[in-house]
Every structure is written in C-alpha cells, then in structure tokens.
Design a binder for this molecule. Structure first.
Ligand code: SF4
Length: 328
C-alpha cells in the first residue's frame, strides 16, 4: 500500500490558479458565445478528464478548479475547520453516485444544449465548494465526499499508470475515510469492501461496488438513449441499461469466484472504452456543426479510438498484473 506524498511546489500552485482562471473564462464564454462555450466544455475539456483519470488521476485531482476553490479558506487559515459528521461521511458515496446518475442524463435534454444552464451549474458547484470549504476541514465539504465525479475518479483512478503527489492538503486533518488523495489505489476498494479477502464473499454489495458494475451500462445507456424521448424515459432507459450488466457481472463474479477488485478493473476499462467509442465521432460531428469544417476522415476517428482503447487495455493489463504480483 503506497501512501501518496504532498507537494506544494509553485508549479502545482501555478496550474491550480490557471485552472480557476480558465473556469471563470469558460463561464463567460458560455454566456457570451454559447455555442463555442458548449463546444469547449463538452467536446474539448470533458473528454480529456477520463483519460487523465486513467493515466494520472492526481493531475485532475490537483488542478480541478472546483477543488482549488474549495481549498481557498483552508489555505489562508480562514476555514472554521469543522469535521463532517461521521454519518454524513458514511452516506457521502451514495449521495455522490446519486448526483452523478441524476445529473448526467440531464445533459441530453439540458446541459448539452443550453449554455446558460451549464454556466449556472458550474457557478452553483463552485459556490457550494467555496462555502463548504469555509466551514468544513480538508476536502470533505465537496471533492472528497459529495462531488458526482468522485465515484468515476475512484473507479478509473484505481491503478494510475503515472503516480503524482497530491497538491492540496499541506497537513492531513483526516477529513474523510478512504481518501483518494492519500491512497488512490485503495479509495475504491476500501469503500467497496473488496480490499480484504476475508470480506470478499461475505459482505453485501456496497454502493461503490454496485456503482462499479453498473457504470459500463450507464455509459452505454447514455449514448444509446433513443432521441426525442422524455427525460423520464431517458432515466428509465439508462437505469435499465445500468441494471442489466450490473446483474450479469455480479452473476459472473459469483460463478467464477472472481475477486471484486478484478471485476472493478474490468468494468472501468469497459466503461472508458465505451465512452471514447461514442465520444470521438461525436467530437468530429461537433467540429463540423460548430466551425463548418470537416474534423477528419473515418480513418482518423478510428485511429484515435484505437489509441484510446489500447491505453485502456494497457491500464487493465497493468492492474491485473499488479494483483498477480501482490498475490505471489
Ligand atoms: S483525508 Fe487528509 S489528505 Fe485526504 S482530503 Fe482530507 S485532509 Fe486532505
């Protein structure tokens, strides 16, 4: 088990401030040039996040502008540094998964199309993180607890190909359990109760474990939701697409006595592969719609897809090999 080191170098600080300025600029662009703002958000910035989480998750954790804003009061000694109640820490993973499953389908009918709504969502999130950080210690007000991206960070960040230090908490106040920043490789397995072999078969499914097996279907459901249906039907579609593979994966795990950590890695590789399979052609289409120019041939689209699938396969192989080495 490797505990992550802390870095407060000026390079990280520079990247963090640049990230906050960029987020403010994006909010302004969303309001004054909505089409361009939506393109930058959904077709440039967001597609970079999953691959960043797979390869070097601490890069995203360190420079996410919402995390930086949340640390503002703590950094300057102005936070009241209260502890988040234990019961709230316990239900935080469930709340963050619920927020993810509630917000992502809304992209199809709202956030992908309406730049003002997206700008408003960004502002609300920044305010919640900032105000929370003024009261709660560490990152427990938002990015280590309730952030809807955190379950995805835990899933994809199980086995970083490139290890980086964390660059927020100069001294750890133990603000949350299973801290991603301290031990990224165990932040999922601890919550899913799959790090301990003796617990592996006895314990009931935990929210994070359930999330891991449902996520590939969730991503597939998002991209295959029939066009023109109501938001209620979109939720039902995505729910159905999440439940079917989750049940199937769980049955397979039981039948073949697979370790949950192995299953979680396979699910992560599958989910990110599905994501990029659908996202790359969508980006090419968005370039055509936004700028009126062709973004590249089918050959180029398939080449980018291929490269990303190979990265996912390398990540999976490295994770499984690591487990085999530990078992030996
Ligand atoms: S547990 Fe420690 S390192 Fe992790 S977010 Fe909280 S204060 Fe920072």
């Amino acid at each position: 088990m490797k505990v992550n080191t802390t870095s407060t170098s000026s390079v990280w600080r520079g990247l963090q401030y640049f990230s906050v300025v960029s987020a403010v600029a994006l909010i302004i662009v969303l309001l004054v040039r909505p089409r361009l703002g939506l393109f930058i958000a959904w077709d440039v910035l967001i597609p970079l996040v999953p691959i960043m989480l797979l390869v070097a998750p601490m890069l995203w954790r360190n420079v996410c502008p919402i995390a930086v804003v949340g640390q503002f009061f703590e950094r300057f000694g102005l936070s009241r540094r209260r502890k988040l109640p234990r019961w709230l820490q316990r239900v935080a993973p469930t709340i963050s998964i619920f927020l993810l499953f509630a917000l992502v389908p809304l992209r199809l009918v709202l956030f992908n199309l309406d730049a003002t709504s997206l700008a408003l969502l960004m502002v609300v999130t920044v305010v919640v993180s900032l105000v929370g950080g003024a009261i709660i210690t560490g990152k427990a007000a938002w990015c280590a607890t309730f952030c809807p991206v955190l379950p995805v960070e835990r899933l994809y960040g199980q086995r970083a190909l490139v290890n980086l230090p964390h660059a927020h908490c100069e001294t750890c106040s133990g603000c949350t359990r299973a801290c991603f920043d301290l031990i990224p490789s165990r932040s999922l397995s601890v919550l899913a109760d799959s790090h301990n072999k003796s617990h592996n078969k006895k314990s009931p499914l935990r929210p994070m474990s359930l999330f891991a097996v449902a996520f590939p279907g969730f991503v597939l459901g998002y991209y295959t939701a029939p066009a023109g249906i109501s938001i209620l039907l979109i939720y039902l579609w995505i729910l159905m697409m999440s439940v079917i593979p989750a049940v199937t994966f769980t049955i397979i795990q039981r039948m073949f006595s697979l370790e949950r950590t192995t299953l979680h890695r396979i699910c992560a590789a599958l989910a990110i592969s599905i994501y990029y399979w659908f996202t790359i052609p969508a980006i090419a289409l968005a370039v055509v719609e936004t700028f009126g120019t062709n973004a590249g041939s089918v050959w180029l689209i398939n080449s980018v897809r291929g490269v990303l699938l190979v990265v996912a396969a390398i990540w999976l192989a490295a994770g499984l090999r690591n487990r085999a080495v530990i078992a030996v």
